[in-house]
Design a protein around this ligand. Structure first.
Ligand SMILES: [Zn+2]
Length: 260
């Protein structure tokens, strides 16, 4: 039986960028506003955080913002993130401290997923070995070495596994080398498949469009991961949650703000 008790989507910031960064080859010239999300999963055996959002310091500090986000060749530009958007403040709203997070599962190590890792030094941090290798080699411009070069309690894996009953890592490479989605069984209702950046928008899933940034410029791997998520969704009756779809995020935000 699943050990998952509750799931919270957490809005850690927003980002406005060219739509083609989410839908490869589609929507160039159109700006979209996207949520930058983390997810807290409370289980009977500890708390898991799926991704950590951006590093607030790199956005609030003018010098760092210029260095990291406003440099030439960085197509995304700076996200919007207020002090209140920091993970510790969202956790405080739930009566928790960051030390109450036991395990961080990284979909991948881009700036908007790994930016909060430096605040999670106490937790074990799960990431695919290929992702860690690719990030450390700075294989694309969305990796910021500062986010993951500090002392972090890494637990790397190289094949799919169950984190605990009801939470399973699903390999979905393509957007990045070792990207992973997360399959979550709730006690009631449909299981949730957190796509991570394997699918930014509902459109990526429905029309099978790759994310803008593809590892090694190989769109085919990313498309195969989208098809894998769709197959898994049919097999398990689960809902796929895209990672950067504002409309989808708002539709899922409930008054009580959690899913159980
Ligand atoms: Zn990414």
């Amino acid at each position: 039986m699943t050990q998952v008790k509750k799931l919270w989507p957490i809005l850690t910031g927003t980002h406005r960028y060219d739509k083609s960064l989410s839908t490869r080859g589609h929507g160039k010239g159109t700006l979209i506003d996207v949520p930058l999300l983390a997810y807290l999963i409370e289980t009977s055996n500890g708390r898991i955080l799926y991704d950590t959002g951006c590093d607030y310091n790199k956005i609030a500090d003018e010098v760092k913002r210029k260095q990291f986000y406003e440099s030439e060749g960085f197509a995304f530009g700076a996200p919007s993130m207020n002090k209140e958007d920091r993970l510790e403040n969202h956790l405080a709203e739930l009566g928790l401290k960051k030390e109450d997070v036991d395990l961080v599962f990284c979909s991948h190590l881009h700036f908007d997923a790994a930016g909060g890792l430096n605040e999670m030094k106490h937790a074990e941090v799960h990431v695919h070995q290929k992702e860690l290798d690719s990030a450390k080699a700075l294989e694309d411009e969305a990796y910021f070495a500062e986010d993951f070069n500090g002392p972090i309690n890494w637990r790397t894996y190289d094949k799919e596994y169950e984190i605990l009953p009801g939470v399973r890592a699903v390999e979905t490479p393509g957007h990045s080398a070792g990207h992973a989605s997360l399959f979550i069984e709730l006690r009631k209702g449909k299981p949730i498949l957190l796509a991570g950046d394997a699918a930014d928008l509902i459109e990526n899933i429905e029309k099978e469009i790759a994310p803008g940034l593809c590892w090694d410029n190989n769109e085919e791997i990313a498309l195969e991961s989208i098809r894998k998520l769709k197959r898994l969704s049919v097999e398990t009756g689960s809902e796929i949650w895209p990672n950067h779809d504002m409309k989808h995020f708002k539709s899922k935000k409930r008054v009580s703000n959690y899913f159980s």
